[in-house]
Design a protein around this ligand. Sequence first.
Ligand code: NAD
Length: 300
Amino acid sequence: MKTSKIAIIGAGAVGATTAYAILMRNIAAEIVLIDINTIRCAGEVLDLSDALAFYSSSDIRNGTIADTKDADIIVIAAGVAQKPDQPRTELIEKNKEIITSVMKSISPLNPDTIVIMVTNPVDIMTLLAQTLSNIPHNQIFGSGTMLDSQRVNIMLSKKLFVSERSITTYILGEHGDTQFPAWSSAYVGCTPLLEYPGVTKNELDAIAESVRNKAYEIIKCKGATFFGIAACVAALCEYVLFDKHMIVPVSTYIDEFKLCMSMPVVLGRRGIERRIAIRLNDEEGKLLEKSADALKSLIM
Ligand code: NAD
């Protein structure tokens, strides 16, 4: 019988915590962790399996690349992570090698599989994975700025005393230093954020800056970020498996720029179903181009 299966490649801090977040959501019958460090992977599975009785009906086990063949979703979190004060872009060379070897090992992909890239710099790794795969571009996307966008919504929620679920802000572009919030298209309930009382442009700028630097801040304090991204990836898995047609900002192929970066899309069982038009003012339009230029310089 066909049941939902999620394979996670890279059972480090992000991969293992993603497995935990997925099992807490109870969305997959089978979760398989795969890592070249088979001992750490086995340890993570032993530890995670203790949590099953309290949360979930999933089965969790360690596996091999062969497990990706019938997976509904493959999450890729293999790679080196940032050190304190290190920009994501410095991980490029090492992670390109790792993602190239991972993509070769899982090819050819089952034509119905969805691949979620998490390895940083995620926009560059998403494009690389798309280039090396046999499935359509819309079935491979990166977590992109979805977490950054929720960080903004949470900060606005505290300022405006409105639930973050009633606030919609999209951070666009690179998941990195050139990302920016599209304030002119942000809403609090049915009111444009820029017309909503209680927050000034300076305060919005400070929020954007703080979100841009949040990963650096966390890494400085504890060496890595994993709870937020794990919760974000588990939510993305749910939107795919349950064909939710959620509108989310994730890293996707953008024809105009010929690269991957985050824009709002409709996400369902077939991956990215379509892009959603977003109105940007002149300043935001320039910021989008600047972000695309920064990514382009990394691809060359
Ligand atoms: P980590 O060092 O804890 O774990 C990485 C794991 O990848 C290790 O267990 C390692 O053995 C494994 N690995 C390396 N090469 C492999 C291969 N060829 N096949 C299978 N496994 C392999 O690092 P982490 O903190 O889990 O971070 C993982 C990646 O996720 C990093 O690139 C990090 O920058 C990125 N990350 C992305 C986001 C995001 O928002 N997109 C957030 C946090 C971390």
